[in-house]
Write a protein of this length. Structure first.
Length: 398
């Protein structure tokens, strides 16, 4: 949903009803992740995508149907055809479930408030009921970074608080995900499946060493959505003119700056100084922090010497195992720009547990979630809130 926050914010501010199609479940090589959405307003204007192009036409028609009718939210399942790869379906080989619902902003003012936060760059989360009692399917609740809660739900306060708690937890982690709530007397007798859409603050990329490689990496890091900081102990080199793509330029000793700044599990620390007087105190600290990635530049000889110095500094072996050095993937890179791509590729692979090997060398699904099912032909199957088919609904495929 938040992939199209800017347009949804405009429509909500104008009180314009729209149909929202949200990817709520994927398997196999589905092209876009859970939480991605497409929306259609009453003028027929569409924004967003649910499949990268494979089934957009069919989803657009479903949106128009739901928008102009009084029908409740419904789910459509899209699958792959081995017999006819040009049929409506996922030619990439996966399956996805899409929840299609009508949203009237006047009935859900909290959604406008959440989108206000998102477009202003502040953290917010929207929890969407994607499975559960029919009267609650598609209903939403939102929380902001200040722990404010706004809801459009009706029912017991206990399970509303449970949904809000799950939304806050995912917002703190900066992760969109599906959670289960209820199924017990303490919260809600009926089990709810909730998709939490989050907009968190940008993850941080801390680059130490004001060198040419840092300039290229800061540009790539910003392109990937990181808030980039370049830090160097030499003020003459740590200047905005040299690093126009960095969000912050810091002239300070690297380990002293790292000790004073905020980091989390999404932070990437890239040490490009390859100078022991900077590297050793910096890496000793970085490897002890709960950051997502720590990499250091240098030759294999430099790496060997660096590890020995870290051992002499009493860095535990389990901490040394976290160090990516020499930094980056083997792309045959030579220029600063090529090296920056190599480093960024390793960060992406590490973050998503990718192997870093060419896809032509591997087998199985391209995307890591559940194995794709290829035993069914092209289909759009509408399912009820409990997952059972709605036999009264059928859409003929071209």
């Amino acid at each position: 949903m938040l992939n199209i926050a800017d347009t949804l914010h405009t429509w909500c501010r104008e009180s314009r009803p729209f149909a929202l199609a949200t990817v709520v479940q994927v398997s196999g090589s589905a092209p876009l992740p859970v939480g991605t959405a497409l929306a259609v307003n009453a003028d027929g204007n569409a924004v967003g995508s649910v499949s990268g192009g494979c089934v957009e036409g069919a989803v657009y028609e479903l949106c128009q149907h739901v928008l102009t009718s009084d029908e409740p939210p419904t789910r459509a399942r899209f699958g792959y055809s081995d017999d006819d790869a040009f049929a409506v379906g996922l030619t990439c080989g996966g399956e996805l479930d899409v929840l299609v619902q009508r949203i009237d902003p006047t009935d859900q003012p909290h959604l406008t408030a959440a989108l206000d936060e998102v477009v202003s760059g502040r953290p917010a989360a929207v929890a969407q009921i994607i499975d559960g009692p029919e009267e609650l399917l598609g209903r939403t609740l939102s929380v902001t970074g200040g722990d404010s809660t706004h809801d459009a739900l009706t029912g017991g306060e206990d399970w509303e608080r449970a949904v809000a708690a799950q939304a806050r937890a995912l917002l703190r982690a900066g992760r969109t995900g599906r959670v289960e709530v209820g199924g017990d007397a303490a919260t809600c007798p009926e089990k709810l499946s909730v998709l939490v859409h989050t907009h968190a603050s940008r993850p941080r990329m801390l680059i130490f060493g004001a060198v040419d490689f840092a300039g290229a990496l800061s540009e790539v890091g910003r392109f990937l959505g990181y808030r980039v900081t370049v830090c160097d102990a030499r003020p003459v080199f740590a200047t905005p003119a040299r690093f126009p793509h960095a969000d912050d330029i810091v002239a300070d000793w690297p380990h002293r700056y790292l000790a004073a700044t905020d980091v989390d599990a999404r932070t990437a620390v890239c040490v490009l100084t390859h100078d022991a007087k900077f590297d050793i105190p910096l890496l000793r600290l970085a490897l002890s922090l709960p950051v997502g990635y720590v990499g250091a530049m240098g030759s294999r000889r430099t790496h060997t010497q660096r590890v020995e110095l870290l051992r002499e500094a009493d860095v535990p072996e389990e901490h040394l195992a976290r160090l990516h050095s020499p930094i980056g993937l083997d792309l045959g890179a030579h220029t600063p720009q090529e090296t920056a791509i190599s480093i960024a590729a390793e960060i992406v692979a590490h973050t998503h547990r990718g192997s870093g090997t060419p896809l032509t060398w591997s087998t199985g699904p391209i995307h890591h979630p559940l194995t794709a099912r290829r035993d069914e032909g092209p289909s759009i199957q509408l399912v009820g809130h409990g997952g059972s088919p709605l036999s009264s609904k059928r859409f003929d495929l071209p």
